[in-house]
Design a protein around this ligand. Structure first.
Ligand code: GAL
Length: 653
């Protein structure tokens, strides 16, 4: 199933947001209807946090209020993305089932009072969640307003309680088969950790010092599987009563408790929530990062931006305003990269409750406000892009992403916690974004043959299959850049012996790393080509590769820092330090050149081809003449020049 089905119901791109009418009264609902019409809203996410209203006591449902809202929205031409409310169990549930409240690694049982207070592994929670999903599906499965289903909200909460422990043991038996195999995988021969009974095995709760890395990694895998099972349960209840697509809104922040690839495979289409964590140009780059990941998780199919902020970003612990025009640019950035629309959290800013100060499409100030005017203009623009719905984006370059590698990079006892997985991925993506290149994310075991260039900025863990796949990619003509501490452990995670990285990668890269040598905080190393590195260095030996640059000081003086190896029809590059941003950008440019990826537009212009349309976002202050006049969907007229800070969506001949 693809978003065609969604857009089929919507007749174009989706525009709207989370709609929580239960916070308001009839007069406001009437105004909502009018303002939604003016803003050209055609999709509202309803019911995300409505459990306490829908099921005021266990097993008793009150649908009357929801019936009325769905009918009203439908009458106004607004389709509904109907949510199951399971991210926020009501007070009666947690009172009746205190054992279903989440327990932190430190053993603190959290209490009701916020949201997401449940353990995904607690049977009472899972049963209640399935029941409310089934009740909703039964009642609204064929409701004409319902265009899609939104299961839960941002699966992410970990729990270390006894239910989690029991489920973890079951999961471990499935994965490892025997206790001997588990002991071997976790390396329990050390520190007297050998298990003689399954009952001795626990989640990685707070302990005296380092956790066992195998235990930690398996727990992350386990919890992601639990979340996916919880999703599937609800999805299947819904499918029994409804033919509308089902999804859940993924969050792609700097921590990650889900194997997003696994979720991507199960969703009818991917949806994400995206809140840039920095303002200005960084936010535009972050938008591209989030959008490229969303598209990739769905295998390139169209996806949907389920939430964004209307006027604020969380940065440095502050809610900072977005500049005029930013809402428009961020939205266009998402649509350019494959989103079949743009939704916000939330439609109307709450006047009370936990998110009173979170932005919305209709702010506290009401419709006579800059923000609502921008929202209206955006709604008009999105409506003009209807013909783009369902089209796709292709990329020539990929950055490798793997949840297991991420989790492995967070193990205790690594040579250095710096730089983190997420920051390395963002850096790689940013260098490509700065170079004007559209990037996919790919898993190390995916077929990579369609990419001219693959960057692996953070891949400490690689399976044998992944290493063999990367070797095949290079041999087949690809260009690969593996970065420091790459391929150092397998999936258990056991260290690769005989020199890093894993054997097939050593062949492809023509290097053998003997010794990781993390740098002190703030320490910089100079390289022979004038570049500088921080955070990390390595003692490595050439085994077929040439040294492109070498360290200049200390024990590593004269030893290779950056290497290049011609292997088969391709090239394997290895970088053993974290280059300064400018130096890294220059390296990425060089790799793009070598791989034959050309930039078509001047620096400052973000250009993305989606189907038969070219999206242009001018991040610079100068007008950019177009090579030839083209029809711009945003103005529905011809365009010869992209204005300073302007955007265009050109229909290509
Ligand atoms: C999202 C969440 C919304 C809202 C929003 C605020 O992550 O799904 O419910 O809390 O954050 O930014």
């Amino acid at each position: 199933m693809t978003t065609r089905k969604l857009t089929g119901r919507l007749d174009g791109l989706a525009f709207g947001g989370d709609y929580n009418p239960e916070q308001w009264d009839e007069a406001v609902w009437a105004e909502d209807d009018e303002l939604m019409r003016r803003a050209r809203v055609n999709l509202a996410t309803v019911g995300v946090f409505s459990w306490a209203l829908l099921e005021p006591e266990e097993g008793r449902y009150d649908f009357a209020w929801l019936d009325a809202h769905l009918d009203r929205l439908h009458a106004g031409g607004v389709a509904v993305d109907l949510a199951t409310p399971t991210a926020s169990p009501p007070p009666w549930f947690t009172r009746a089932h205190p054992d279903a409240l989440p327990v932190t690694a430190e053993g603190v049982r959290l209490v009701h009072g916020s949201r997401d207070t449940y353990c995904l592994a607690a049977p009472a929670y899972r049963d209640a969640a399935r029941r409310v999903a089934a009740a909703l599906a039964e009642r609204y499965g064929r409701h004409p307003a319902v265009a899609l289903w939104h299961v839960h909200n941002e699966y992410a909460t970990l729990c270390f309680c006894d239910h989690a422990a029991a489920a973890f043991r079951t999961w471990l038996r499935d994965r490892h088969g025997t206790l001997d195999a588990l002991n071997e995988a976790w390396g329990t021969a050390f520190w007297s950790q050998r298990y003689h009974s399954w009952d001795e095995v626990l989640p990685p709760r707070a302990t005296q010092w380092h956790h066992n890395p195998g235990q930690s990694l398996d727990f992350r895998r386990f919890f992601s599987d639990v979340a996916l099972a919880a999703y599937r349960e609800q999805r299947d209840e819904i499918r029994a009563h409804s033919d509308r697509p089902v999804t859940t809104n993924l969050m792609l922040p700097g921590y990650q408790n889900l194997d997003l690839w696994a979720f991507g495979r199960e969703l009818d289409f991917v949806t994400i929530d995206h809140y840039p964590d920095r303002p200005g140009l960084d936010a535009a780059a972050d938008t591209a990062f989030g959008a490229d990941r969303a598209r990739s998780l769905g295998g390139g199919r169209p996806w949907l931006l389920m939430e964004q902020g209307a006027n604020t970003v969380y940065a440095e612990g502050r809610v900072l305003p977005k500049d005029p025009g930013d809402i428009f640019r961020h939205t266009l950035g998402h649509i350019a990269r494959g989103s079949d629309g743009a939704l916000f959290f939330q439609w109307r800013q709450s006047k009370a409750g936990a998110e009173t100060w979170h932005s919305a499409m209709v702010p506290h100030a009401g419709p006579d406000s800059r923000i609502f005017r921008e929202v209206r203009a955006l709604g008009e623009a999105v409506a003009r892009l209807a013909e783009v719905a369902g089209s796709t984006v292709t990329a020539e370059v990929a950055v490798l992403h793997d949840a297991e590698a991420w989790w492995a990079s967070e193990a205790d006892g690594l040579p250095s916690p710096e730089p983190g997985y997420h920051s390395m991925l963002r850096r790689a993506h940013r260098a490509l974004w700065d170079a004007g290149v559209v990037t996919d994310f790919a898993h190390p075991e995916h077929d990579l043959s369609r990419y001219r260039l693959v960057l692996a900025p953070a891949l400490p863990l690689v399976t044998d299959a992944g290493a063999a796949n990367l070797r095949r990619y290079v041999a087949g003509g690809g260009t690969l850049l593996l970065q420091h501490f790459g391929g150092v452990v397998d999936e258990r995670p056991h260290a690769r012996l005989g020199g890093y990285p894993a054997g097939p990668l050593r062949e492809a890269l023509g290097v053998r790393v003997e010794e990781p040598r993390p740098l002190r905080q703030g320490e910089r190393v100079a390289l022979s080509d004038g570049a500088h590195g921080t955070a990390w260095s390595e003692y490595l030996r050439l085994d077929g590769a040439e040294a492109v640059s070498a360290y200049t000081h200390g024990m590593l003086a004269g030893h290779p820092a950056l290497t290049r190896h011609s292997f088969g029809d391709g090239r394997g590059w290895y970088l053993s330090t974290v280059l300064d941003t400018g130096d890294y950008g220059a390296l990425v440019q060089r790799l793009l050149g070598e791989a034959g990826v050309v930039r078509e537009w001047p620096p400052g212009v973000e250009a993305v081809t989606r189907g038969a349309w070219r999206f242009l976002l001018n991040h610079g202050g100068d007008a950019v003449p177009l090579p030839r006049a083209a029809h711009d969907l945003l103005t529905d007229g011809p365009l010869t020049e992209l204005p300073p800070h302007g955007c265009a969506v050109l229909r290509m001949p």
